[in-house]
Ligand binder design. Structure first.
Ligand code: ADP
Length: 391
């Protein structure tokens, strides 16, 4: 399955954000446009009411028919419209006595014969109430719509992540099966070949027989190392927390790893030296940390041809630095990042002689990760390797 490239992921997120911003802009613009339309409509309504009032009241005002004026005023009150009639001298002939500051739309019209000015006004809540009601409706609809859109994006995003994760796992499984089959083939061929020759070689010399048995033993132990390595890595790569953390002085971890490789180092005449100061106590899985340091030491002994190996433990800005340094052949730049991949070897023929499974550094990396740390390589001047576990 092909993974969708991250650029498309970013692009779709940017498009979704842009669409959201556009949606909000249109929403706000639409609200203001609607408010303007509502006020405009109220003003137009008032104009026609004022015209109607001026026409209806001209006669009662001229004949001073206050009953008719009052009856008209009552109708206005019933409809929620304020009515004010001002005489030619400026005095108020009639007023429905509402607080004028509450009016949001006011319209005045002089009666035809010029005896008075009729003012009609609409209180704010009457003009804007329908607008507010519509606004609440808009906002609710918008919220529901947006929740739907977000839900859609959330669900599709989760699905995309899940598919990507499944694809990654599928690729991991396929690569793993291919790698393991490839790795197993060499020792198996050795075992089968030696077994064949031993079974039908009655007249084999004693030396040949011993050589074949040695080959058989070597291949079996390589196979055994490979299986052990695969099991360790598979166990470390399981998702659940497999660490058995306990308060551990990391100096003990280093000492134990040193003990484990002492005879190997002595056989090659390599001097191991330790540079450790005060106790460095951390909550770690002591067994796994020992395994990580042992792997680094085994490599330093097996591959580096170094006359000496230095293991140091110190604290730098609150971070633990556990360093295994040798002064051997080092690693050329193209191998430096790749040596932590599983089954990666710099030199197949050399590794065959050391019996390495190509999993040692992958296991170290996984152990460091499980402890929320990392392992990295640094070249040593003029030659050599420094593998640093940082926690
Ligand atoms: P293996 O289990 O085969 O030793 P590793 O993952 O431990 O595999 O190491 C991968 C490769 O890194 C080895 O094949 C070796 O060539 C190289 N390597 C590891 N440690 C060192 C070192 N200290 N000096 C030089 N090369 C090293």
């Amino acid at each position: 399955m092909k993974n969708s490239s991250p650029i498309w992921s970013y692009l779709s997120s940017i498009l979704a954000a842009a669409a959201f911003v556009a949606f909000v802009c249109v929403f706000v613009f639409e609200i203001f446009a609607y408010q303007r339309a509502v006020v405009e409509w109220a003003n137009r309504d008032l104009q026609s009411r004022a015209d109607l009032a001026a026409a209806n009241l001209a006669e009662p005002i001229r004949t001073q028919d206050f009953r008719a004026i009052h009856a008209f005023g009552e109708r206005c009150i019933a409809e929620g419209v304020r009515l004010t009639i001002t005489g030619p001298s400026g005095g108020r002939i009639f007023d429905t006595r509402r607080n004028p500051s509450e009016d949001s739309a006011v319209y005045s019209r002089q009666s035809r014969s010029g005896e008075c000015v009729v003012t009609v006004a609409l209180p704010a809540e009457r003009v804007l109430a329908p607008f507010y009601r519509a606004l609440v409706g808009f906002v609710l609809a918008g919220l529901v719509g947006m929740t739907g859109v977000f839900l859609f994006f959330f669900v599709t995003y989760r699905q995309r992540m899940r598919i990507r994760e499944l694809a990654r796992l599928e690729k991991f499984r396929r690569d793993f099966v291919a790698d393991v089959s490839h790795e197993i083939k060499t020792p198996l061929t050795g075992i089968l070949g030696a077994a064949d020759m031993l079974s039908d070689g009655e007249n084999l010399s004693k030396e040949s027989r011993t050589r074949l048995l040695e080959l058989l033993k070597d291949s079996v132990s390589r196979l055994n190392a490979l299986v052990q390595g695969i099991l360790s890595l598979a166990c470390l790569e399981r998702e659940e927390d497999i660490l058995e953390r306990q308060e551990t002085d990391l100096r003990e971890v280093v000492r134990e790893a040193g003990e484990a490789v002492r005879s190997q180092a002595e056989k090659k005449g390599i001097a191991l030296s330790f540079q450790m100061g005060k106790a460095v106590v951390r909550m770690v899985d002591a067994r796994l940390m020992t395994q990580a340091v042992t792997n680094l030491l085994v490599n330093a002994i097996a591959y580096s041809e170094s006359p000496d190996i230095i293991v140091s433990l110190n604290l730098e800005a609150g971070r633990v630095r556990l360093v295994v340094e040798d002064h051997g052949i080092g690693l050329s730049p193209e191998h430096r990042s790749r040596v932590f991949e599983r089954f990666y070897r710099v030199d197949q023929s050399r590794t065959a002689s050391t019996g390495g499974s190509g999993l040692g550094l992958a296991i170290v990396r996984q152990i460091a990760r499980l402890h929320d740390g990392q392992v990295r390589f640094e070249p040593v001047n003029p030659s050599g390797s420094r593998f640093i576990i940082e926690l």
